[in-house]
Design a protein around this ligand. Structure first.
Ligand SMILES: [Zn+2]
Length: 404
C-alpha cells in the first residue's frame, strides 16, 4: 500500500496539512521527523519552490556555490548556510525603512568604499593609516564599525546581540550580515536599530577625527535610537498598523485594548539545539482580565520567525473558533508583522503560513496583527517556553484553558 501512496495521501482534506496520525502509523520516527519539518503549502497557496539552503527560502549565488562545494561535491549532510551573501545584503539595504543617507552609507560599507584610513592609504591621503582611537595599523571599515575597542563597547551596550565573547569576524561582510539578520534571534526586538547604530559609530569616528569630539558608548546608542525614532515619526502615516518599539528606558508594559476589543499576545519559543519548539498565546479583555490561554509543542521548525508565525496562526484560529470578532494579535517580530501586513516581501519559506493567516484575516475584518516588543508580552513568551519546561513533545498535545 505504501508503495502506491502519493504525498497528497498524507494530507488531510480540506486543509491540506499533514495527517499526523497516518504518518505516525506508516513511517519510522526518523522519516516522520523529516516529513514534519516540511511546511505544506496549505489550502490557499499553489505549490512553489523554496531554496532550502538559505533561511528565507530565496536562492543566493553564495549559497548555491556552497551547495556545489559541500553537498554536490562531497555529499556531506545538509546544513544551513551561514555564509554571508552580498546579493542578500544589497537587497536588504535597498529595502530598509531608513533615511536615504543611511542607504547610501550602508551601500558604501558593503562596497568597502568608505574613506577609512586603509582605503585612503593607496592614494596617500592618510599619513600612517592607523586607527585614531586605538592606534591599530591599517584602520579598515571593519575595524571602525566592529573590531575597534570603541565599536565593541557600543555594540556591547546596545540591545543588539553581539557574537559570543564579543569576537567579531575579520570579514566585514560576515559582521554586517550578522547584525543585519537579527530577526531570528531572541532579544532582538530592536533589530531595526542596526543601520542607525552603524551610521552613528561611523559618524562618531569622523567627529573624533576632525573635531576632537568624543561620545560615550551609551550616548551613541541613545543617539541612534533617537535617529531611528525621528525617522519613524516622520513616516508613521505610511505604516499606521505596524507599531514600532518606542525609545523608552523603562520596559514596555502590556496595554489594554480599546473597549469591546480583545488583545491576544502570542509568542514562540525556539532553541537552536532543541528538537522541538513551542508556541503560546494569552487573550485578555479591555480590563486586562485573562480569558483564554494556549500552549502547544511543535516538531522543530527551522527558525524562530517560523515558530512565531505558527503561533499567531494558531492563536487566530483558536480565537475565531471561540467566537471572538474584534481581536488585536500581538507578535514580537517586527519583520513578521511587516510581512503579514504586506510591508515586506514574504519569505518563500513562510509563504504557506502567511497565506493562511492572511486568508483568515480577510474573512475577519476586525482582526489585526501588530508588532509589540516582548517586554510588553512576557506572559505569552513564558507560556510558549512551558513547552521546554514540561517537555511537551507531541504535535497533538495542546493545552487550551479558560482562565477568566
Ligand atoms: Zn581602533
Amino acid at each position: 500500500m505504501v508503495n502506491d501512496m502519493k504525498v497528497c495521501d498524507l494530507m488531510t482534506e480540506p486543509r491540506k496539512e499533514w495527517d499526523v496520525e497516518l504518518i505516525r502509523n506508516v513511517f519510522p520516527v526518523e522519516i516522520q521527523e523529516k516529513i514534519f519539518a516540511i511546511t505544506p503549502q496549505g489550502q490557499f497557496g499553489d505549490d512553489t519552490y523554496t531554496w532550502d539552503f538559505f533561511k528565507t527560502g530565496h536562492y543566493t549565488v553564495k549559497s548555491g556555490y556552497w551547495v556545489q562545494r559541500n553537498i554536490i561535491n562531497t555529499s556531506q549532510q545538509q546544513q544551513y548556510v551561514n555564509q554571508p551573501s552580498l546579493d542578500g545584503l544589497y537587497q536588504q539595504i535597498w529595502k530598509l525603512n531608513a533615511n536615504p543617507k543611511i542607504h547610501h552609507f550602508l551601500w558604501k560599507c558593503v562596497n568597502n568604499t568608505l574613506p577609512a584610513a586603509a582605503n585612503m592609504k593607496r592614494p596617500h591621503i592618510s599619513e600612517d593609516g592607523s586607527c585614531i582611537r586605538c592606534s591599530m595599523k591599517g584602520e579598515s571599515v571593519n575595524h571602525i564599525l566592529f573590531k575597534c575597542p570603541y565599536a565593541r563597547l557600543v555594540w556591547a551596550v546596545s540591545p543588539i546581540r553581539a557574537p559570543p565573547n564579543g569576537e567579531w569576524s575579520d570579514s566585514l561582510y560576515a559582521n554586517l550580515y550578522r547584525v543585519m539578520n537579527q530577526q531570528d534571534q531572541p532579544e532582538s526586538s530592536r533589530a531595526d536599530l542596526v543601520p542607525w547604530l552603524l551610521w552613528r559609530i561611523w559618524k562618531n569616528r569622523n567627529e573624533f577625527l576632525f573635531k576632537g569630539i568624543d561620545y560615550s558608548a551609551p550616548s551613541t546608542v541613545d543617539k541612534a535610537l533617537e535617529d531611528m525614532e525621528e525617522w519613524i515619526g516622520k513616516n508613521k502615516k505610511e505604516h499606521p498598523e505596524v507599531k514600532k518599539a518606542t525609545h523608552n528606558k523603562t520596559r514596555a508594559r502590556w496595554k489594554a485594548p480599546p473597549t469591546k476589543w480583545i488583545k491576544c499576545s502570542t509568542d514562540g519559543a525556539w532553541h537552536k539545539d532543541q528538537q522541538r519548539s513551542g508556541v503560546g498565546w494569552i487573550s485578555r479583555d479591555e480590563y486586562g482580565r485573562m480569558l483564554w490561554a494556549g500552549v502547544r509543542g511543535f516538531q522543530r521548525l527551522g527558525s524562530r520567525i517560523e515558530v512565531v508565525a505558527e503561533g499567531v496562526k494558531w492563536a487566530i484560529h483558536s480565537m475565531r473558533r471561540l467566537g471572538y470578532k474584534q481581536v488585536i494579535y500581538e507578535i514580537d517580530s517586527l519583520f513578521l508583522a511587516k510581512m503579514i501586513n504586506g510591508h515586506a516581501e514574504v519569505w518563500p519559506k513562510l509563504q504557506p503560513i502567511i497565506q493562511e493567516i492572511n486568508h483568515t484575516l480577510s474573512e475577519n475584518p476586525h482582526y489585526k496583527v501588530v508588532f509589540y516588543s516582548r517586554d510588553g508580552n512576557m506572559a505569552a513568551y513564558r507560556i510558549a517556553n512551558e513547552v521546554f519546561l514540561y517537555k511537551i513533545m507531541s504535535l497533538s498535545c495542546i493545552l487550551l484553558c479558560r482562565i477568566g
